[in-house]
Design a protein around this ligand. Structure first.
Ligand code: C5P
Length: 307
């Protein structure tokens, strides 16, 4: 078994002091999402291009000498019990701790949930990375990857924190190179969507769209083509389940960005922008539009992809 001190830690924004680790847990966007078929295990075979973005939760892990996992979050309505992916990830590492496996975790959540932005999956991956260091588990990449797969289809992507093509049920990661990041405006409608419900509502395509053109466009940094080629097979079932999300898509399409798409299983929508200036303009326009409706729960973010 290959053991390294802190696999994956180099790609994450980590600050560690005596007995404390702070890690920034990014969100993601899917620029391409195709379904290849349904599998015997009930999951779907997917082919997706995921990019991490600079919208972060912050997780602080403080070692304590009681054998306890204590989780606190700034959003009171989020469960902090065994259902929480941070808690689940910590429990997976418990048997591998080389020091007292106690931790106080403080979760400062900024990434919207039920949003298709991978917030919970990223949190789980960051918990594996941080506790592997804090509890001196000394687990190598393959062991952390194995635990990440158990926690969810999107969790392995967040271990390596670079743009990647993800296949299988999402857990087979092929990092892809790009020279620069892109500006996006994300709109998270008030309504959330359940991933399981969206997958259940899906019609599997007879002829899945080839990712070849998007692969070429992304690798060569051709923003215009990426905008044209944005594709998400989950968009149609999500719009059927939530007409409000479909209506936001229509409104965002009027802003003349390089392209608009829903991320993952929704409900977040994003506009790919040609510049930071264009993103600021679109963000301001959307924010003004939301303010006139009195809607306080729909949120807008200007983000940049990590590369
Ligand atoms: O893997 P994860 O727990 O994130 O998946 C949540 C749900 O989404 C699964 O229970 C399944 O219904 C659906 N899913 C799927 N195919 C995938 C990924 C997720 O059907 N590739």
């Amino acid at each position: 078994m290959v053991r390294t001190a802190a696999p994956f830690a180099d790609r994450h924004l980590i600050r560690s002091g005596t007995g404390t680790i702070t890690i920034w847990s990014p969100a993601k966007l899917n620029l391409f999402f195709e379904i290849l078929g349904k599998r015997a295990d009930g999951y779907h075979e997917v082919e997706t291009l995921m990019v991490p973005i600079d919208l972060y939760d912050t997780l602080t892990f403080e070692h304590i000498t009681d054998c306890q996992i204590i989780l606190a979050c700034n959003i009171p309505e989020l469960p902090t019990d065994e259902k929480n992916l941070i808690n689940k990830a910590a429990r997976l590492l418990l048997p591998h701790a080389m020091r007292v496996p106690g931790v106080k975790i403080n979760h400062n959540k900024k990434i919207p949930w039920a949003a298709g932005l991978g917030g919970g999956s990223g949190n789980a991956a960051c918990t594996l990375i941080a506790l592997n260091i804090l509890w001196e588990c000394n687990l190598g990449k393959s062991e952390l990857y194995h635990f990440a797969c158990q926690l969810g289809s999107d969790v392995p992507f967040f271990l390596q924190n670079t743009p990647a093509w993800c296949t299988g049920r999402g857990e087979i990661i092929t990092p892809t190179w790009c020279d620069s990041g892109y500006d996006f405006v994300i709109l998270k409608p008030n309504e959330g969507l359940s991933t399981a419900a969206v997958f259940q509502h899906l019609t599997i395509p007879r002829n899945p769209l080839s990712p070849a053109s998007m692969k070429e466009a992304f690798a060569s940094g051709d923003l215009h083509s990426i905008g044209w080629l944005l594709h998400n097979r989950l968009q149609e079932p999500s719009f059927e389940l939530s007409p409000a999300v479909a209506a936001w898509y229509q409104r965002m399409s009027h802003h003349q960005s390089a392209g608009v798409l829903m991320s993952g299983s929704g409900s977040s929508l994003f506009a790919l922008c040609r510049s930071s200036l264009e993103a600021s303009r679109i963000k301001d326009d959307l924010t003004r539009g939301i303010a006139t409706t009195g809607d306080r729960n729909t949120r807008v973010f200007h983000v940049r992809s990590l590369h």
